[in-house]
Design a protein around this ligand. Structure first.
Ligand code: GLP
Length: 260
């Protein structure tokens, strides 16, 4: 794992935007895996402003989001379809027909999950998967004890996750209980991952992910088995890493090392 520690959240967001934009610059027909959540909003803002300023086009890019709530149609204000349109798709030159999220209102969610997995394969797999991390160590909606070999499927959300996402809904009772999510195995099959975490609330999960034992109890630890993961952190999210000095020695201020 490449661990890049930046002084501020703003610097971590900018560094992440650079990594994502470089992938699109190098391969204009990239397949990107996208994430949602509060952490990603300032990153998408940065991508929007920089893609225009730097002339990076998303016209040939295909995207697959990690997850969607079951029971919500694409126009529901709490859905990830809605989130993605507002945060990114409506603000860049992407072809909306090349953007994909699981349909939360599919009549048969299991069939939808299986079809989603096949759509990713048909697109040739994911070049760069963007990830956040839940306070309980989830990636996508792969809650603790998710199989590390899992593929896109239905997951029941934990109370902690529902509490964390409650702000996007009228009440806890209105907060969805189930989601369709790419599996841990789906994420491990991507060619590269970029995980962004900012703020002190994420520090314990970040430390477990990078330095803890690989375990389904903390699904993000599965990323230790992926060959190409970059973790971008601000100082607050990096606070509980025991080898922090080592990471900063290799990548001062988030710079690439001499060997990449
Ligand atoms: C959500 C999403 C994840 C996201 C995580 C953290 O439940 N399914 O993809 O990484 O929780 O969200 P936030 O960035 O709001 O803390």
């Amino acid at each position: 794992m490449k661990v890049l520690i930046l002084d501020t959240a703003e610097a971590a967001i900018d560094r992440s935007a650079t990594i994502l934009l470089d992938v699109v610059r190098r391969k204009p027909a990239s397949v990107l895996g996208l994430a949602t959540g509060g952490t990603m909003l300032p990153l998408y803002d940065r991508v929007v402003s920089r893609h225009a300023a730097e002339g990076v086009s998303f016209a040939g890019v295909t995207t697959f989001n990690l997850d969607e709530y079951i029971g919500l149609g694409p126009d529901h204000i709490g859905s990830y379809h809605h989130y993605m349109r507002k945060a990114l798709f409506d603000r860049i030159d992407i072809d909306i027909r090349l953007t994909h999220l699981p349909r939360g209102d599919a009549p048969d969610p299991t069939a939808e999950a299986e079809a989603y997995e096949r759509r990713i394969e048909a697109a040739g797999g994911i070049d760069l998967q963007l990830l956040g991390i839940g306070r309980n160590g989830h990636i996508g909606f792969n809650e603790p004890t998710s199989s590390l070999a899992s593929r896109t499927r239905i997951k029941t959300l934990t109370d902690d996750t529902r509490q964390a996402n409650r702000a996007y809904f009228d009440s806890l009772a209105d907060t969805p209980r189930f989601a369709i999510t790419m599996g841990v195995g789906t994420i491990l099959a991507t060619r590269a991952c970029l995980l962004l975490a900012t703020g002190a609330a994420k520090a314990p999960a970040v430390a477990r992910m990078i330095e803890g034992p690989v375990s389904a109890a903390c699904p993000a630890t599965a990323l230790q088995l992926h060959r190409q993961v970059t973790v971008v952190l601000d100082r607050a999210a990096a606070a509980e890493l025991s080898l922090r000095d080592y990471y900063e020695h290799i990548h001062p201020n988030g710079a690439e090392s001499d060997f990449g």
